[in-house]
Design a protein around this ligand. Structure first.
Ligand code: SAM
Length: 293
């Protein structure tokens, strides 16, 4: 959804934009091609992204190796207090998932790491080895929407008594006995997703980020978010439609809704069949666009 997301930003060539998830830089480069006098500030917390960002020599470009939950602070450091648009293409990049040593993939054996920012201390192995059965149950149910989350949690707690978890293969060995027949890969992916969300505090980071978008984007400016699972999409939808990531919309004294954005499309934009054929990971992508009121 590269071209659709860039079009959704409705770029003013002299404007100031944020790419909150630089990754391999594809979206940033497309934004930069449309700027003439404007600026792009890009964020990514992964050190691999830093190397990719070094390729970009444009003077309109600033890269911040930081979590996008601190976007406001970093923009202020660069003298920016309001922006014309923000793009976020959430989750992990194909580069991250394709490297066995990062531990994100269910396809290869690798260390149970899953940190996007490798200078933080919490890893997936620590979650599996140290969290209580109740915490693990909650994590797999809530963030992985795993049906038998309690059984997974109990099986992990039992298995780690003999030997702690260190490789993704150790986890898959435990999950194999609990996975629905014929749907093992999807099941592994749900459990891995839940762990990744916890390790990187993804839901809290998204919540903090959305609130800052509400403060930073000027009226008429755009917020464009591509999400890859229903929890993220629900948060983005709620924020754009209701001004709140959870719960009911608030109203003022006169009963007028206290919304911050208006949704540009009622339904999320999904990738075309052609895009899914080319890149199967795009299958779950959902893009929402908000215009600041
Ligand atoms: C799907 S990829 C983005 C791909 C990018 N749009 C491109 O064109 O290559 C998501 C990227 O966002 C980064 N990321 C995810 N959550 C983040 C966060 N809270 N703060 C900063 N970067 C984050 C990941 O490290 C990853 O590189």
């Amino acid at each position: 959804m590269l071209s659709e997301s860039i079009a959704a930003l409705a770029i003013d060539p002299e404007g100031t934009y944020v790419d909150a998830t630089f990754g391999g830089g594809g979206h940033s480069e497309a934004i930069l091609r449309q700027l003439k006098g404007g600026r792009l500030i890009a964020f990514d917390q992964d050190e691999e992204a830093v190397r990719e960002a070094e390729r970009i020599t444009s003077r309109s470009f600033i890269f911040c190796q930081a979590n996008f939950r601190y976007m406001k602070r970093y923009l202020k450091l660069n003298g920016v207090t309001s922006v014309d648009g923000v793009l976020a293409d959430l989750g992990i990049s194909s580069h991250q998932i394709d490297l066995a040593e990062r531990g994100f993939s269910t396809r290869f054996d690798g260390p149970l790491d899953m940190r996007m920012n490798r200078s933080q201390s919490l890893t997936a192995a620590q979650v599996l080895n140290e969290y209580s059965a109740e915490e693990l149950h909650r994590i797999f149910g809530m963030y992985g929407e795993v049906r038998n989350a309690r059984s997974v949690a109990n099986a992990i707690v039992q298995a780690r008594v003999k030997q702690g978890f260190s490789r993704t293969g150790d986890l898959k060995n435990v999950l194999k006995t609990l996975a629905p027949h014929g749907k093992e890969n999807r099941y592994f992916a749900q459990v891995f997703q839940a762990l990744r969300i916890v390790v990187n505090e993804e839901m809290k980071a998204l919540e903090d980020f959305l609130h800052q978008c509400g403060e930073l984007i000027r009226p008429g400016g755009r917020l464009v978010v591509i999400s890859y699972h229903s929890l993220e999409d629900r948060m983005v939808k709620n924020y754009i439609n209701k001004g709140k990531v959870f719960g009911e919309m608030e109203k003022d004294f006169y009963g007028n809704p206290l919304t911050i954005f208006k949704a540009v499309n009622r339904k999320p934009i999904e990738p075309t069949n052609e895009e899914v054929e080319k890149n199967s990971r795009a299958r779950s992508a959902r893009m929402r666009i908000g215009e600041k009121l």
